[in-house]
Design a protein around this ligand. Structure first.
Ligand code: SF4
Ligand code: SF4
Length: 423
């Protein structure tokens, strides 16, 4: 694609990066066919190629974002299916992140929109605040019908979180038997409030397979939720990089994520801090060490299985399959653990969760959820497994079968308890 940035614009390293991404696009349009919002809406501007044009125009002209640009960029899920499909290696993720920052800087949203975005970016990353918000949401259940559609997805999380919000304090969990690895676990923010069982299963699974697990003090939310809202999260990222870098001196083989949205973000820390001389190398090291829990379990090898285990539909979270290019690994682990694994048709399409998307774009999110649930039902599973809490929460209401994290099944198959959602 031809671009027309001036030399003065190209002096800005962010614009230089955007220019390189735009020039890689050859307008072929292959990406449109696999874009969930294009599939639903059939509008070129609701597909990746259309959004790329909108961002190009906006950045080249150096003008404030228009309502049209905001509408179509807001509808993007950041599912990154377009990056999997693109034959030219266009880094849509970095381009749309740049577009969102430009929108946040130059566009004044309506008041309710601003309030909801502020609340999501401020409350979700703080487990204590989020727990209180969910309690309040629980009290609001009886008046659910009176609330704006955008708050209903938050209310839906309230029952899921009841009685399960044990947060893991920073500490070292020794390996069972001889130590084979030493890893840091990102305890996360939203996940440990709405489903603490996932971290517990992860700890048991890793320790049983010889990993010493450390939850490092000073590490908080990875920043993904606010980052995708166009907020500046670099101070949060720097704080995490500092905390993990301190732990590196005591030896770390990997930094483990069990929410794939967080994994995609931490694997990008090196890029996000590339222009900061004090942090670029440290952040790149953190990204290099970041691994999804399924990658670590593949390295460790599974000890034990549940022969004749139930039939599992494996839902490949977008942030795993498109964001981190991890698809076969978790599936193979489940098979080795004794489960019969079936693929979900249209597996490349997002379930509509996408971080805070189901709260900001409820109609599109609901349409994608209904499509995903229909596809899951068509393969008649006994369980659905996914590697991302957003997908698990999105699909739980309506799946008709338990929806659990992949690690909960691997833990069960190798000596842990049956997942509590299956009790
Ligand atoms: S990230 Fe997903 S929704 Fe956004 S343009 Fe790409 S495929 Fe479409
Ligand atoms: S598939 Fe890649 S090169 Fe083709 S239009 Fe989409 S982003 Fe551009």
């Amino acid at each position: 694609m031809q671009t027309h940035f001036s030399l003065a614009q190209l002096a800005d390293p962010e614009i230089r990066d955007a220019d390189a991404i735009l020039r890689a696009c050859v307008h072929c349009g292959f990406c449109t066919a696999t874009c969930p919002t294009y599939v639903l809406l059939g509008d070129e501007l609701d597909g990746p190629r259309g959004r790329i044009y909108l961002i190009k125009e906006m950045l080249e002209r150096g003008r404030p974002a228009t309502p049209t640009v905001v509408k179509h960029i807001d509808r993007c899920l950041s599912c990154l299916a377009c990056m999997t499909t693109c034959p030219s290696g266009v880094n849509y993720m970095h381009l749309v992140d740049h577009g969102r920052r430009h929108i946040a800087r130059t566009y004044r949203r309506p008041l309710l929109d601003r309030w909801i975005r502020w609340a999501l970016a401020t409350i979700l990353p703080r487990p204590d605040a989020f727990r209180w918000a969910l309690r309040a949401a629980g009290l609001a259940q009886p008046i659910q019908g009176l609330l704006p559609a955008r708050l209903k997805a938050l209310l839906a999380l309230a029952p899921r979180s009841a009685g399960r919000s044990a947060v893991i304090a920073p500490q070292v969990f020794p390996a069972e038997g001889p130590r084979r690895l030493r890893v840091a676990l990102l305890a996360g923010c939203v996940q440990q409030v709405i489903d603490a069982a996932i971290n517990q299963a992860t700890l048991r699974l890793l320790r049983r397979h010889g990993a010493e697990v450390v939850v490092v003090p000073g590490v908080g939310c990875c920043g993904a939720l606010a980052h995708h809202l166009g907020e500046d999260v670099l101070d949060r990222v720097r704080a995490n990089v500092d905390a993990w870098t301190g732990e590196l001196e005591r030896g770390l083989d990997a930094i483990v994520m069990n929410a794939s949205g967080c994994g995609t973000m931490v694997k990008d820390y090196g890029f996000l801090l590339r222009g900061d001389p004090a942090y670029a190398a440290k952040a790149a090291r953190v990204s290099q060490l970041a691994k999804d829990v399924s990658e670590v379990m593949q390295d460790l090898g599974l000890k034990g299985s549940l022969p004749g285990g139930p039939c599992v539909a494996y839902h490949s979270a977008c942030s795993l399959q498109h964001g981190q290019k991890i698809h076969a690994g978790p599936r193979q682990l489940l098979q080795r653990a004794g489960f019969e694994v079936v693929d979900v048709p249209e597996g490349h399409l997002c379930c509509g969760s996408a971080g805070t998307y189901n709260m900001l774009q409820p109609e599109l999110a609901d349409a994608l959820k209904a499509r995903k649930l229909g596809n899951i039902a068509s393969v008649k599973p006994e369980i659905v497994a996914a590697g991302n809490i957003g997908c698990i929460a999105q699909l739980s209401a309506g799946a008709g079968v338990p929806v659990v994290h992949t690690v909960e099944l691997l833990d069960w198959a190798t000596g842990g308890p049956r997942p509590q959602n299956m009790a």
